[in-house]
Design a protein around this ligand. Structure first.
Ligand SMILES: *Cc1c(COP(=O)(O)O)cnc(C)c1O
Length: 415
């Protein structure tokens, strides 16, 4: 029911999907000139190592030893077969999930926070600025910064800053400094897009500082591929060849990319992105160049977008409230290599609850999106009498999201 690898089985190289993409990725464009950005344009914000990973087309990239040493604090993560959920559903499908909730911050996000902090430190940077919605990314980067002795400055969406104190406390416990965003308008509830603007402005204005992004960019998805690489080894241990479908929730695309990109070359493996119906970037957005932030300070990225001034309704899955999406994920969806589906919040919490009451663990609301889709795949397999192998990413636990479950359990949740 549960397959664990030894610390020595941790992958020592990341998987770069670039050579396996249906076509070459279109380049990011400079926000002023609309010309393709070069390494020099990005140098005020990112270390050279990450800029070269962003543009790399080599199939694998070695993971530095000091990064492996930190990842081994919790990796490899377990692969679990959800047999109790299968029994409840009465499905012939076999449902496996990769448990990324065992990291210090409780999600997949430290997989990229650690290498990002490492490369910045190695290039002489002393301080990182970033944004966070509900606090998942801010807590991962605060943890990674503390490991490598960097200062961490987090701009937190004001509505979450005021309503969700526990992630702020976690960030401060790891030594991060947290301020509500937007900084220049204390009456505004904020959004991820405007918090990114605050963090980019901060980092661009100081020599000792860089900016760090927790999703969307190519190098972030690259760092997350340890998830899918481990899962491939573990499925073999479980006696499976390849899954029929690989599922992940999708905000900016990092946990989905992490579990699914290593399967892109495997023909016949379906890949499935799951997003909220209230922020339907892949299922309802347009594919075009757009800014990553509200103020228009970031390069223009080729992606599915709802428009950089789109402010999603305040649903509980804060990590999925982003107007855009990873260019890699967007290109895979546009080419038909990946599918996308959107669910309303109530259906998602129903699935989260069913998971908690069968498997025990309480999933993050973001993760419950992937669970919803996995359950629906298992029910479709039952209807057709198929033995489907389903793999999904358990991107994080919901132990700091209990007020959302409280709302659902007591009928206060908006669909
Ligand atoms: C941030 C987050 C997400 C969404 O972000 P992606 O970059 O799309 O993965 C999903 N699940 C959890 C637990 C998160 O913290």
């Amino acid at each position: 029911m549960r397959w664990t690898l030894s610390p020595d089985d941790l992958p020592t190289a990341w998987f770069n999907v670039a050579p396996y993409m249906p076509g070459p990725l279109e380049p990011p464009l400079h926000p002023g000139t609309r010309e393709p950005v070069g390494p020099d344009d990005l140098a005020p914000l990112f270390p050279m190592a990450l800029i070269s990973q962003e543009m790399s087309t080599t199939p694998t990239i070695d993971i530095p030893g000091p990064v492996l040493d930190v990842l081994r604090l919790w990796r490899p993560t377990p692969l679990v077969r959800a047999t109790r959920l299968e029994e409840t559903l009465g499905t012939p499908a076999r449902i496996y999930y990769k448990d990324e909730s065992v990291s210090p911050a409780g999600s997949h996000k430290p997989n990229t926070a650690v290498p990002q902090a490492y490369y910045n430190k190695a290039e002489g940077i002393e301080r990182l600025a970033t944004e966070t919605g509900a606090g998942q990314w801010g807590s991962a980067l605060s943890f990674a910064s503390s490991v490598f002795g960097l200062e961490c400055m987090v701009y937190m969406v004001r509505a979450s800053y005021e309503q969700k104190p526990y992630r702020r406390i976690l960030m401060e416990t790891w030594g991060g400094r947290v301020v509500p965003s937007p900084v220049d308008d204390p009456d505004h509830p904020g959004s991820l897009g405007s918090a990114i603007s605050d963090a980019v402005r901060d980092a661009a204005g100081r020599k000792d500082s860089h900016y760090s992004l927790g999703s969307v960019l190519n190098h972030v998805l690259l760092h997350q591929t340890v998830i899918g690489l481990e899962a491939k080894q573990q499925l073999q241990l479980a006696g499976e060849r390849l899954p029929d479908v690989v599922i992940g929730s999708c905000g900016g695309g990092s946990n989905l990319g992490g579990i699914s990109l290593p399967f892109v070359p495997d023909e016949g493996v379906r890949l499935l992105a799951v997003e909220p119906a209230s922020c339907p970037t892949l299922t309802g957005g347009r594919f075009e160049y757009d800014f990553g932030d509200t103020a228009g300070l970031t390069p223009l990225l080729p992606m599915y977008t709802l428009g950089h001034d789109f402010v999603p309704p305040p649903i509980h899955a804060g990590g999925l409230r982003y107007h855009g999406d990873s260019p890699i994920i967007s290109a895979l969806v546009k080419a038909g290599r990946m599918e996308a589906v959107a669910y309303p919040q109530s259906k998602v919490f129903e699935a989260g609850l069913q998971f908690a009451r069968t498997q025990g663990s309480v999933p993050a609301p973001e993760t419950a999106h992937a669970i919803r889709a996995a359950i629906d795949e298992a029910l479709a397999a039952k209807e057709r009498g198929e033995e489907r192998v389903i793999l999904f990413n358990y991107s994080g636990h919901g132990l700091l999201d209990l007020s959302a479950y409280d709302d659902f359990l007591h009928g206060r949740l908006e669909s």
